[in-house]
Design a protein around this ligand. Structure first.
Ligand code: B12
Ligand code: SF4
Length: 660
């Protein structure tokens, strides 16, 4: 680190690097800024992901893109680039209007955009044509019906931005990509070499724009300490470019790296070159480590007294941790959105999956009902991480205080609870407190399909503003659910999901395939369960993820217990997370995955529900062993906890309700 000297007043700037979602700010800077302010620290924030997107998706931005596209040799021009150039001035002439529409600032443009004569169309629109034949010539009617003009236009404008993003990727910067939900992640980068090489290269035009934004922000805020948050692997490169730009401007500004990616993948960091960009790298919740850093820079704490922080000392990476306890969740303060341009976030509608839609469409205030997961036992999950393992609840009064403060600050009443699994007792208390204060909000988040979610509680949650819940049905097989210690059965999921659906709450199921020892028969059966769940109105949305073994999960720590053998990890001074394994079952999961995705996509649109599940795979698979009507019978049985509510009270605050 280049010492910044002792300063009494430390100004902290927290930043979100590109690319995160554009519809709403990623919450880390809001939480950290809110906390630091509550401790009297001068703290501000910037969202570079949004700022970069706004610069690029503008008339001026597209002029730059066009110059790069024209400079691309003709034979290297992709379809997207060719379309873009063929449209001449039209993309630049219409982009500001399309963005203003997606920001909700010009809703009357919906009819023109929805009419599909206004925005130029590139390859991304080809997917729509697949539906033309079925819908009598209107490819969007199947999704949005005759009405839904706003949604229809949102989808068209999103496809337009997707086309432009492809052009930027193909002609300007190969790394540029919208943040999207993916079935599985790109493998972690064990070596720092590719990142070091990319950072040593001349900045692309996209990176130049980012550097310009960094320069402006540093000039505006004059920070002493910059906290760079990296929630996902897709933000790593942007984060390092930001730190590089800061260090070039003023090496005395201390730079810190933290966030979900770091907490998950950099726990064993030993790569000294990372510290050419960052002075500090912290693990897990940021409140305590950031406060310690502020105190350090003020000269009130030595470097040896930092909390969960990697530093470089004499060329070697050293982990420093005084072992001080985290700030209790109830004392982390209320997030602040101050400084973020809340009316400029860009809602997109590119996935017609209803739950993914909530993730990328609309402005949601992000809070959590509790810290960590109260169950923390699932074998595939990173239960070794503090963000899951440390369960701490928050009294409903305190949560609703935060909700009220967020509404007052943002003027918006939509909430996404970012919990891994919000506890039923806490949600019940939340609903009661919202009712008591007569506070009208909308909210959604992750839950577990616990029996405690009785039809009665689901109705109370719906009344309190719950729009949607997502929860794990995972491999949808009772043998595998037991093996993975999920604590629910298929039957229980069906009944709880139905209770939510009957209350008018959208239900999304996280599904998994390729779990250790999963057979082709079990995969086919899981699809049959899913088919029946959709048919019976238990779930309206779902997504099949390919199982990935991580070093922090029970499977990664005890592979033999799950019948697999881990392949040795390459030496990894940098990121470490996924680990390859050999499953003696030898099933071709990749091939099965294609059929699962196709089937589920169609089911969510009410298509193909009557067909034999084997028909989705395109190659011979076993006939399902699941009885027809299994789910229909399960949901007819009386709900065990109906009307009691007592089961929930008994469990209040207790970790891990009993299994199934
Ligand atoms: C809610 C959630 C989602 C939601 C919403 C995401 C969003 N954009 O808002 C949805 C479901 C959409 C989602 C999607 C994905 N997610 Co997600 N998600 C979460 C979850 C459960 C909570 C995130 C959250 O909002 N937390 C609240 C904020 C405030 O916490 P935080 O960012 O961690 O910040 C705290 C600390 O990390 C620290 N901190 C943060 N930044 C900094 C910076 C500095 C300098 C310091 C000192 C401290 C610090 O302080 C903060 C306050 O304590 C986390 C797991 C978890 N429990 O954290 C996974 C997690 C972030 N997701 C993850 C992943 C992989 C994804 C996907 C890529 C999955 C996929 N297959 O597509 C996508 C990416 C989507 C995208 N690009 O936007 C991983 C990332 C791990 C990794 N390998 O990098 C996580 C960590 C889960 C995990 N362990 O596997 N996700
Ligand atoms: S319920 Fe969710 S967060 Fe909790 S251990 Fe299981 S998978 Fe992990």
């Amino acid at each position: 680190m280049k010492p910044s000297g002792q300063r009494n007043s430390i100004r902290v700037l927290s930043v979100i690097p590109p690319m995160t979602q554009l519809n709403t700010p990623y919450p880390a800077t809001a939480w950290l800024t809110g906390f630091l302010r509550s401790r009297g620290v001068e703290a501000v924030q910037e969202d570079f992901a949004l700022a970069l997107a706004r610069k690029l998706f503008s008339r001026a931005g597209l002029e730059i893109v066009r110059t790069c596209a024209e400079q691309t040799p003709a034979r290297q021009r992709t379809e997207s680039v060719k379309h873009f150039l063929a449209h001449g001035d039209r993309p630049a002439a219409t982009v500001d209007a399309a963005v203003a529409f997606l920001q909700g600032r010009d809703p009357t443009l919906a009819r023109r955009i929805g009419g599909r004569r206004f925005l130029p169309e590139g390859p991304r629109f080809q997917a729509l044509e697949a539906f033309t034949a079925e819908e009598g010539g209107d490819p969007l009617a199947w999704a949005f019906g005759a009405l839904g003009a706003q949604d229809r236009a949102k989808h068209v404008a999103t496809l337009f931005l997707n086309d432009l993003a492809d052009v930027i990727r193909d002609a300007v910067d190969g790394r540029f990509e919208f943040a999207r939900y993916a079935e599985s992640l790109a493998k972690s980068q064990p070596s720092f070499d590719p990142l070091a090489a990319a950072l040593a290269a001349k900045p692309t035009r996209v990176e130049e724009i980012l550097r310009g934004l960094v320069r402006e922000a540093v000039a505006r805020h004059k920070p002493d300490l910059v906290l760079v948050s990296v929630p996902f692997p897709g933000c790593v490169h942007g984060a390092f470019r930001i730190a590089q730009a800061i260090k070039e401007l003023d090496p005395r500004i201390a730079t810190v790296l933290g966030g979900g990616f770091v907490n998950t993948e950099l726990r064993e960091l030993s790569e000294p070159r990372a510290f050419d960009f960052f002075d500090f790298v912290t693990l897990d919740d940021g409140e305590r480590p950031a406060l310690a850093l502020v105190e350090h820079l003020r000269g009130e704490r030595s470097r040896e007294q930092l909390v969960r922080t990697f530093v470089r000392k004499q060329g070697k990476v050293q982990f420093i941790d005084t072992g001080e306890k985290d700030i209790p969740f109830a004392e982390t303060g209320t997030p602040t959105w101050d400084g973020l341009p809340l009316d400029r976030y860009i809602s997109v509608l590119d996935m017609l999956n209803p739950m993914h839609r909530l993730w990328s469409d609309g402005r949601w205030n992000k809070l959590a009902v509790a810290h960590g997961c109260y169950w923390r036992k699932c074998a595939f999950c990173d239960t070794g991480l503090d963000s899951i393992a440390r369960h701490e609840s928050l009294p409903a009064e305190a949560l609703v205080d935060r909700i009220e403060a967020a509404i007052a600050a943002t003027g918006q009443t939509g909430f996404h609870f970012t919990d891994e699994a919000a506890p039923p007792a806490a949600l019940k208390a939340l609903a009661a407190e919202l009712k008591r204060r007569k506070l009208a909000i909308s909210w959604w988040g992750n839950i577990r399909f616990e029996k405690a979610f009785t039809p009665e509680l689901c109705r109370e949650l719906a009344e309190s503003g719950c729009l949607a819940v997502s929860g794990g049905l995972e491999a949808a097989s009772d043998r595998l659910l037991r093996l993975m210690n999920k604590g629910v059965s298929v039957e229980q999921v069906a009944r709880v999901a139905k209770a939510f659906s009957d209350a008018g709450i959208l239900v999304h199921a996280y599904l998994m395939y390729g779990f250790p020892t999963q057979t082709a028969q079990e995969t086919v059966d899981s699809l049959e369960y899913v088919r029946q769940l959709v048919e019976a109105g238990c779930i309206q949305s779902g997504f099949f993820h390919r199982f990935a073994c991580t070093v922090h999960s029970p499977v990664g720590r005890n592979p033999e217990k799950y019948g697999i053998e881990l392949l040795p990890l390459p030496p990894s001074p940098f990121a470490k997370n996924d680990v390859e394994f050999v499953d003696p079952t030898g099933v071709d999961h990749a091939a099965l995955g294609t059929g699962l995705a196709k089937a589920l996509y169609n089911y969510m649109h009410g298509v193909g529900l009557a067909a034999d599940v084997r028909s989705w795979f395109g190659f011979p698979v076993p006939r399902t062993a699941v009885k027809r009507g299994f789910i229909a019978r399960a949901i007819r049985r009386p709900f065990p906890g109906t009307g009691s509510g007592g089961a929930i009270r008994r469990r209040a605050g207790a970790p891990g309700p009993g299994r199934g």
